[in-house]
Design a protein around this ligand. Structure first.
Ligand code: HEC
Length: 113
């Protein structure tokens, strides 16, 4: 790929182009993966979709730890939309305003097994 083509791809991603917004893997790599390696920055997300909330080896915030329940699609959607509303005091501070992007990310999370 030539340099101008690469630059165009990055620009399209940065501007949230709808054509690319549906690619959950790409979105995850750009917005989530840097924290969610299972290291001190964030818990591993392998098996998180459909699994128990705050159950990995990680120093979770007390609120998320006490939340209980399962990461259903609806819970994931609510958390990604506004983490601090779903779980006050959460350590995850980024939110994903676009419903389309959240849906793509949730579909991608289901592939992490
Ligand atoms: C700046 C770091 C950071 C980024 C970027 C980030 N997260 Fe998180 N995430 C965290 C932390 C820290 C927690 C634990 C929150 C807590 O303990 O309250 C978390 C928790 C979660 C959980 C719950 C995990 C569990 O074990 O119950 C999910 C799901 C999640 N993040 C998804 C995402 C997705 C999807 C993205 C990309 C849009 C993302 N995160 C981006 C830091 C991050």
């Amino acid at each position: 790929m030539s340099r101008p083509v690469l630059a165009a791809v990055f620009l399209a991603l940065a501007s949230g182009s709808p054509a690319l917004a549906a690619d959950g893997a790409q979105l995850f790599n750009m917005q989530c993966r840097m924290c969610h390696t299972g290291g001190p920055m964030g818990p591993s997300l392998v098996g998180v979709a459909g699994g128990p909330i705050a159950a990995k080896t990680f120093a979770y915030s007390p609120g998320l730890k006490a939340k209980g329940g399962t990461w259903t699609d609806a819970n994931l959607d609510a958390y990604l939309k506004q983490p601090a509303a779903f779980s006050p005091g959460t350590k995850m501070l980024i939110n994903v305003p676009s419903a389309e992007v959240r849906a793509a990310l949730i579909e991608y999370l289901k592939t992490l097994k």
